[in-house]
Design a protein around this ligand. Structure first.
Ligand code: FAD
Length: 468
C-alpha cells in the first residue's frame, strides 16, 4: 500500500497521530507539504517564520535519510500531479482541521480524494480535546470558559504517541525539485531578522527549560512582562514542532501545584478558543455577540498607524507594540492591554488589530487570536461586560512597576525616572530637558485622554446595542 502523509501545522516526526498511523499501515510512504500561495501574507513575520520552520523541518527529514516532497500552487492540480507521478498511491493520512480555512480545505480535498479513489485517514491531533468533544448538558457547545474548563479538566487527556519510522519505507527521490527551489527562495528572501529558533529539538529544550526553571513561579510571575516567565511554547504549538500531548504530559510529571494548575488552564484556553471558532465559522469577520454588529467604529487610519508602530504616547502600549514588531511575540498581558487600547480608547475595529497581529506574530493562531481580540473588544463569547476597559497607565504601574520592560523597548525613555515612566508627559519642562525626553518632540504626547476615551467607548457600545 502506498500512502501519502500530508503535513500541515504538525511539522514533527514524533508524537504525531497521522504519521504514526501512516507508518503502521503503509508499505511505502510519501511525505508531503503543500504550499498554497493564496494564503500568503505580504511582509508578514508570521508567514516568514512558518516557512523558516518548514524549511528547517525539510532539512531534518533529509538528515534522517528521507525526503519531504513540496507541492506548490493550485491544490487540486498539485495533488493530481502527484497522483500522475505515483499511480499506485491509494491512501492519504493527515491531521485534520476543524475550523477556519483549514476545515474548508479539508472538506474540499476529502471530496477530491474520494473522486480519485484515494482513501482518507484524518485524525484530531492539534488539541487535547477536539472542537466537538466537550458539550454542555443540553448537548451544545459551551459559550463561557469556566464551565467548559470545569468539564475539560475532569477528562482524561491523550498520551504522547510513539512513532518509529523506517527511512527505507519513505520515498527519497525529489518529485518536484522546482517547488523545493521556490521554498528555498522564499526563505532566502524572508525579512525575518529576529533570532528565530525553529525545530522540534529546540521546542523540547524550551519545554524542559520552562519546567525546570520557570514553572514553579508561573502563577505569581506570568503576568509581568519583564519577568519573562511564561513558557514561550506558542510558536512551536502553532507550527506543530511540539505536540500538545507532549507538553501536557511533561507538565504532569511535576508535583501538582498552583502554578501547574494555572498553566494547564492556559492550555485549556487554547482548546476553548478552537471550539469557539469551530462553532462560529464566521468569527473572523463577525462579532459573536450580534448586538455589537453595528458599533460605529472611528477607524482613524492615522491613529491606527501610531498604534502599530508604538507611537501612542502611552509607554506600556508602545513598548508592547515594539516588542511584537521586533521579536514577533508579545506577552499575553500586553496583548490584552494593546487590544483594549485599540478597540476602546481609539475605537478602531478589532478586525484591524486581529489582522495586524496575524501579520506580525510568530505564534499566530487563528482561533486564539480571533478569540483574544473579540474578548478584548467585548464582542466575544465571554461574560466580560463592554464597560470593562483597561486603563493603560494603571496596568503599566501594576505589571511593570519599575518600568524595566518599558525602558527595554521604548529606549528613548531610558533616562526617565520611575515615578514618571508610566506617564512621562507629567514631567515638568525642566525635568524633560534633564532627561532629554521632550514630550511632543522625541516622545509623543498621549494620543488620547484615557478617561474621555473611556466614556466615549461606553456610549458608542451602548448606542450600538440599540441599532440592532
Ligand atoms: P504561556 O503563558 O506559557 O501559555 C502556554 C500556552 O497556553 C501558550 O503557548 C498557548 O498555546 C496557550 N495559551 C496561553 N494563553 C492563552 C490564551 N489566552 N488563549 C489561547 N491560548 C492560550 N495565542 C496564540 O498562540 N496565538 C495568537 O495568535 C494569539 N493571539 C492573541 C491575541 C490577543 C488579543 C490575546 C489577548 C491573546 C492572544 N493569544 C494568542 C494568547 C496568548 O497571549 C499567547 O498564547 C501567549 O502569550 C503565548 O506565550 P507563551 O507560550 O509564553 O504562553
Amino acid at each position: 500500500m502506498v500512502s501519502v502523509m500530508w503535513y500541515r501545522r504538525d511539522l514533527r516526526l514524533e508524537d504525531n497521530i497521522a504519521l504514526a498511523k501512516a507508518v503502521e499501515e503503509s508499505e511505502q510512504l510519501i511525505l508531503v507539504f503543500h504550499i498554497n500561495p493564496e494564503q500568503f501574507l505580504k511582509n508578514s513575520i508570521n508567514h516568514d517564520a512558518f516557512f523558516a520552520s518548514l524549511a528547517y523541518f525539510k532539512k531534518e527529514i533529509d538528515r534522517r535519510g528521507m525526503h519531504l516532497q513540496i507541492l506548490y500552487g493550485d491544490i487540486k492540480k498539485s495533488f493530481s500531479d502527484l497522483k500522475k507521478k505515483i499511480p499506485d498511491w491509494t491512501e492519504v493520512y493527515f491531521n485534520k482541521d476543524e475550523r477556519g480555512f483549514g476545515k474548508l480545505r479539508d472538506d474540499k480535498m476529502t471530496d477530491f480524494f474520494r473522486d480519485h479513489e484515494i482513501a482518507v485517514h484524518a485524525y484530531m491531533d492539534h488539541y487535547l480535546h477536539g472542537a466537538y468533544e466537550i458539550k454542555n448538558n443540553s448537548g451544545e457547545l459551551y459559550k463561557v470558559f469556566t464551565p467548559y474548563y470545569n468539564k475539560w479538566i475532569q477528562l482524561e487527556k491523550p498520551a504522547p504517541i510513539k512513532v518509529t519510522i523506517d527511512p527505507d519505507k519513505v520515498l527519497k527521490k525529489a518529485l518536484f525539485k522546482e517547488n523545493e527551489e521556490k521554498l528555498e527562495k522564499m526563505v532566502n528572501d524572508s525579512s525575518l531578522t529576529m533570532n528565530y529558533l525553529p525545530g522540534t529539538e529546540q521546542a523540547n529544550k524550551q519545554l524542559e527549560f520552562f519546567i525546570k526553571e520557570k514553572m514553579d513561579k508561573y502563577n505569581e510571575a506570568r503576568d509581568y512582562p519583564f519577568k519573562d516567565n511564561t513558557s514561550r511554547l506558542s510558536q512551536y504549538l502553532r507550527t506543530g514542532e511540539i505536540s500538545i500531548r507532549t507538553v501536557w504530559s511533561a507538565v504532569q510529571k511535576e508535583v501538582s501545584s498552583e502554578s501547574q494548575i494555572t498553566f494547564l488552564k492556559e492550555l485549556c484556553w487554547r482548546d476553548f478558543y478552537h471550539m469557539v471558532y469551530a462553532g462560529n465559522p464566521d468569527q473572523k469577520t463577525q462579532p459573536i455577540k450580534k448586538q455589537f454588529s453595528n458599533i460605529q467604529w472611528d477607524n482613524n487610519v492615522e491613529q491606527f498607524e501610531k498604534w502599530k508602530y508604538g507611537q501612542t504616547g502611552y509607554p506600556i502600549v508602545d513598548a508592547a507594540m515594539r516588542q511584537m514588531n521586533q521579536t514577533g511575540w508579545m506577552h499575553n498581558r500586553l496583548r490584552m492591554i494593546v487590544a483594549s487600547f485599540l478597540t476602546k480608547d481609539l475605537l478602531i475595529d478589532w478586525r484591524w488589530g486581529e489582522e495586524y497581529f496575524q501579520k506580525m506574530l510568530i505564534d499566530y493562531d487563528a482561533s486564539s487570536n480571533i478569540g483574544g481580540w473579540q474578548w478584548a473588544a467585548s464582542t466575544g463569547t465571554d461574560a466580560v461586560p463592554y464597560f470593562r476597559i483597561f486603563n493603560p497607565t494603571t496596568q503599566s504601574e501594576k505589571y511593570d512597576p519599575s518600568g524595566e520592560f518599558i525602558r527595554k523597548y521604548v529606549t528613548e525613555l531610558k533616562p526617565v525616572k520611575t515615578k514618571y515612566i508610566h506617564a512621562p508627559e507629567k514631567m515638568s519642562r525642566e525635568e524633560q530637558v534633564k532627561a532629554n525626553v521632550i514630550i511632543g518632540d522625541n516622545y509623543p504626547h498621549p494620543m488620547v485622554n484615557h478617561s474621555d476615551a473611556r466614556k466615549r467607548a461606553i456610549s458608542i457600545f451602548e448606542e450600538s446595542k440599540d441599532i440592532v
